[in-house]
Design a protein around this ligand. Structure first.
Ligand SMILES: Nc1ncnc2c1ncn2[C@@H]1O[C@H](COP(=O)(O)OP(=O)(O)OP(=O)(O)O)[C@@H](O)[C@H]1O
Length: 603
């Protein structure tokens, strides 16, 4: 029926659906139930300390007892009155931890959403909370018993059931569920709660085991820095599974962060998802946080505690807000400071670090000129003067030529080195950007892109007499290589051992690729490719007249054989340049090779 006048309604909630949603779908694993129980116990103790002068949480204990089927956790916290049970436990979303009047103290609590207790339904079919309030000594002991179908009862029970203020939560395991097994519970309590500022014990009915391990390793007193470093190394191996290359202390008061960044002992790709271990007010939030440090610092894994960053509702990751962005920058700054300090004070350690993480540092230095200046003496680049650092290289060679790809570099490196031309291989990740940043550090340094003209200008022309004598050989050679769109010239250059050099620029290479695609394409596509044809300069095969083989080839009387020899020189120069072979090149190489074989095996 459609109502003509608006009437007000409230949402109807199917409790079973809601319980199922919150308990089964919010968290990635049922194991979080231990964290939720510990969290409530610690929050209750914190709340009691706020109302009861002299109450010392550090001297108190949270006790877990489990036989695998029933688990009981008892805390000496603030407890609950009957009214609070109705308001807080029986109201989904009800939480005492964001009340207006204690807003100032809210940051002291771990919980805030009012849904945590429901996580226990992932492992339990019944949750019973028995509580005596510390606020009101006359308040009766209250028992709230809830089932996973969304129903609950509240009763008053005799004082003897809970003589001390505080709360006991009891879980009854679901049939076939083994999450309440004593060993498992102890492991989970240790994983989540070993740093909590309250003593926590777990027992299977026998002697309780104390799982607390406080203060955090980075805050402990040590006799000297070496002892501290050794203790942190061992800690890193235990919790993160690797012996760190180095340890960086983190302290970001703005985000209430204290902790350590461990430097990975092995190289890792920047694209690997980092996994940092984050504690929130000493409770483990996650060991897979991936948004805590800037991307460039991919060589560290952090273990931190924060009391200011916000958790997501599942409390399994950090909420990516402005505060986290500020924290991330501050952590980045501290990692950067550590690198600069090593550069200034401990070059041997820096070299050990770079042997593993040079790529990460190069990535980092692109965004930070100060760091680049500090690191440049230690960063190695492939150059025509060998593997060296850029400041030394720039002092010896001006301008600094930058080859934009590994292939381009390989093609000219040998010749450039012999001519005294300084070329840096810019083909490796980040190297080109770093070389281009050089003039910003030192305006005297000139960096230029390497063009083929730079190399060809340094190749000496042969004298006119020789040129004339070579004319018919050159004509035959040009006619042969016309098929692959390559021109042939003769020059004199060092090293003598290089017979031929193939020079071209990116445009002519692109044009060759286009022409090849056109040749292989069907009519329509071929027509489109033909319409974008460019008249790029052709590639040049430069023969070295100083090379004895080239001289002999130029003197061969038989034009067929001379042509085959030129094709072989082209093939060799092409292979040296590491360029992909086009089908015309492959055919030419095959042909010249077969012709040579035929020639030497002829009677
Ligand atoms: N051990 C306890 N002692 C006293 N009060 C408790 C205890 N456990 C739960 N409560 C009360 O029940 C309320 C609801 O608990 P619940 O775990 O569902 O949510 P929360 O802790 O407030 O928030 P979150 O969902 O973030 O954990 C709490 O705010 C608290 O007032």
């Amino acid at each position: 029926m459609v109502e003509t006048t608006p009437t007000s309604h409230t949402f109807q909630v199917d409790l079973r659906g809601l319980v199922d949603l919150l308990s089964h779908h919010l968290y990635s694993s049922p194991k979080v139930y231990v964290r939720e129980l510990l969290q409530n116990a610690v929050d209750a103790i914190t709340a009691r300390a706020q109302i009861e002068p002299g109450f010392d949480p550090g001297a108190r204990e949270v006790a877990i007892v489990t036989d695998g089927k029933r688990l009981r956790i008892t805390d000496p916290g603030v407890g609950l009155t009957l009214a609070e049970v109705h308001k807080l436990l029986a109201t989904i979303g009800g939480s005492s931890k964001r009340d207006e009047e204690i807003e100032g103290a809210r940051r002291d609590f771990l919980g805030q959403f009012g849904i945590g207790l429901l996580a226990c339904f992932t492992v339990a079919s019944v949750i019973t909370v028995t509580s005596r309030s510390a606020k009101d000594p006359a308040a009766p002991v209250v028992r709230w018993a809830a089932r996973d179908d969304g129903s609950y009862t509240v009763t008053e029970v005799p004082l003897a059931e809970h003589p001390e203020p505080g709360t006991t939560v009891e879980l009854v395991a679901r049939r076939g569920e083994d999450w309440l097994q004593p060993k498992r519970v102890a492991d989970l309590a240790r994983e989540y709660g070993s740093l909590l500022p309250v003593r926590i014990t777990v027992s299977d009915g026998g002697t309780p085991i104390d799982i607390s391990d406080t203060p955090p390793m980075w805050e402990r007193e040590h006799p000297n820095p070496t002892a501290r470093r050794l203790a942190l190394n061992t800690y890193c191996e235990q919790v993160l599974g690797f012996p760190p290359l180095d340890v960086i202390d983190l302290d970001v008061p703005l985000a209430g962060i204290k902790g350590v960044a461990f430097v990975l002992p092995h190289a890792t790709s920047p694209s690997t998802r980092p996994a940092h271990r984050v504690h929130l007010k000493r409770m483990l939030l996650t060991d897979t946080a991936d948004n805590l440090v800037p991307e460039w610092a991919f060589f560290v894994r952090c273990v931190i505690d924060t009391d200011a960053l916000r958790p997501t509702a599942s409390r399994e990751s950090l909420y990516d807000d402005e505060a986290l962005a500020v924290a991330r920058d501050a952590i980045g700054a501290q990692v950067r400071e550590w690198i600069s300090r090593l550069a200034a004070e401990d070059p041997t350690r820096l070299e050990a670090f770079l042997a593993v993480h040079e790529l990460g540092v190069k990535a980092l230095a692109r965004h930070d000129l100060d760091l680049l200046a500090a690191m440049l003496p230690w960063l190695r680049f492939e150059t025509t003067a060998g593997h060296t650092n850029l400041p030394d290289f720039a002092r010896a060679y001006q301008p600094v030529y930058l080859a934009s790809s590994v292939d381009e570099y390989r093609q000219v490196a040998q010749i450039a080195a012999a001519q005294g031309i300084g070329v840096v291989n810019g083909g490796y990740t980040y190297d080109a950007e770093l070389v281009q940043a050089l003039p910003r550090l030192d305006p005297q340094v000139k960096v230029e892109a390497l063009q083929p003209g730079v190399i060809s200008a340094s190749l000496d022309p042969v004298d006119t007499g020789t040129e004339l004598a070579l004319r018919s050989f050159l004509n035959a050679a040009r006619a042969r290589l016309d098929a692959v769109d390559v021109d042939v010239v003769v020059r004199e250059f060092n090293p003598v051992s290089v017979p031929a050099l193939l020079l071209d620029d990116r445009e002519s290479r692109r044009e060759r690729q286009r022409a090849e695609a056109e040749a292989e394409a069907d009519d329509l596509w071929g027509g489109i490719l033909a319409s974008i044809k460019q008249h790029a300069p052709r590639a040049q095969l430069v023969l070295n007249h100083r090379n004895p083989t080239v001289r002999r080839i130029a003197g061969i009387g038989d034009p067929q054989l001379a042509g085959t020899a030129v094709e072989s020189l082209y093939g060799q120069a092409l292979l040296m340049s590491h360029r992909p072979l086009r089908s015309a090149d492959t055919a030419l190489l095959n042909r010249s090779f077969m012709n040579l074989l035929e020639h030497i095996t002829r009677d």
